[in-house]
Design a protein around this ligand. Structure first.
Ligand code: XMP
Length: 325
């Protein structure tokens, strides 16, 4: 319940006081939290903030372009774009176990980030988009030693070995407050109200071994699904994108038979997943209209050569998780 311009002024003053004349680096992921943190810190210290955007080759379609345009072009934030696709793909080759994949992606991410930040000799601070629920969650883990079902890698978990002081200006905010703040700082509505995207990205949405070829197919199918969800509008003006908490495509590395023209095809399958949830601990599958699903399926099969079958996931959590890995 605070007044936004006052809040921004206060936060800006406090960041300036904390960092003084030091330089700050921040790992930009394309997600809401790191984006809002970047916009806020940039408002406070301008060019003394440098963002590092690591592309592991497992991002959504045009994610890199979007981030560079929004921050680099529109907001004038210094962003270093690192394309580390080959490095990640190399280390992921032959690895099928979901947790092993997460570990590799997390480890390589830290390595790439560390190498980049090492080049910024004057940086004294590492900024992170940690929000209040993250603070609570990690405190809880420490106390109860809660076991992990999935080890959640996030941009947040960067190493102490960087020898940088931590700057976490969103630590006291809940998600809806972070969104409000982002909008007030001039971030576009679509960015601020984006569905969450896991740190390991498409790495956990390509079942089994990750290959660049699979990531390229999945990116295109996923983009069609999201575009069509955004293009819907119900009586109260809300789209299915807004009415779902998370929606995405999953690549299944199995081939099935299809027909196209006079020919027989033997190609991959994509599953669509869309869920509604308050806290992501439990979730319902979204009852998307059949016409919408049919239209998305037609578009994917017609436009993404290499995929000839689309299925819809109607599993709740529990027992199924939201991601397939
Ligand atoms: P599950 O699949 O466990 O997902 O039902 C619950 C929420 O967590 C996200 N998720 C992750 N986020 N790193 C992340 O940053 C991960 O490894 C990871 N695994 C799952 C998932 O997208 C959903 O929002």
């Amino acid at each position: 319940d605070w007044n936004m311009p006052d809040y921004i002024a206060e936060a800006v003053a406090s960041i300036r006081q904390q960092v003084g004349d030091d330089e700050v680096i921040l790992g930009l992921s394309g997600g809401v939290d790191s984006s809002v943190a970047a916009a806020l810190i940039h408002r406070a210290i301008g060019d003394k903030l440098t963002c590092v955007f690591v592309d592991h080759g497992l991002l959504r379609l045009d994610e890199g372009k979007m981030v560079m345009e929004m921050f680099g072009k529109n907001l004038g934030v210094k962003v270093i774009h690192v394309d580390a696709t080959d490095q990640f793909m190399g280390h992921l080759a032959g690895v099928t176990d979901p947790e092993a994949k997460r570990k590799i992606i997390g480890r390589e991410f830290v390595e790439v980030f560390q190498a980049e930040s090492g080049k910024l000799k004057n940086a004294k601070w590492l900024a992170q988009g940690t929000i209040y629920p993250d603070v609570i969650e990690s405190a809880g883990k420490g106390k109860k030693g809660a076991h992990t079902i999935k080890s959640h890698h996030n941009v947040g978990g960067l190493p102490e070995t960087l020898n940088l002081k931590l700057l976490e200006p969103l630590r006291e905010l809940f998600k809806d407050e972070v969104r409000e703040l982002g909008a007030a700082l001039g971030l576009p509505h679509e960015m601020v109200y984006r569905h969450p995207f896991p740190g390991p990205g498409l790495g956990v949405r390509i079942l089994g071994e990750v290959k660049k070829e699979f990531a390229d197919l999945l990116r295109r199918a996923d983009a069609i699904f999201i575009e069509e969800l955004r293009n819907t509008k119900d009586a109260d003006g809300r789209s299915w994108y807004e009415k779902t908490s998370q929606a995405f495509a999953v690549f299944l590395p199995v081939k099935s038979v299809g027909v196209m023209g006079d020919g027989r095809t033997y190609e991959y399958v994509v599953a669509l997943r869309a869920v509604q949830t308050q806290d992501f601990m439990t979730a319902h599958w979204a009852h998307l209209p059949h016409e919408l699903l049919g239209h998305v399926s037609n578009r994917i099969i017609n436009e993404v050569r290499g995929i000839n079958r689309v299925v819809y996931d109607i599993s709740g959590k529990p027992p199924a998780t939201i991601e397939w890995e």
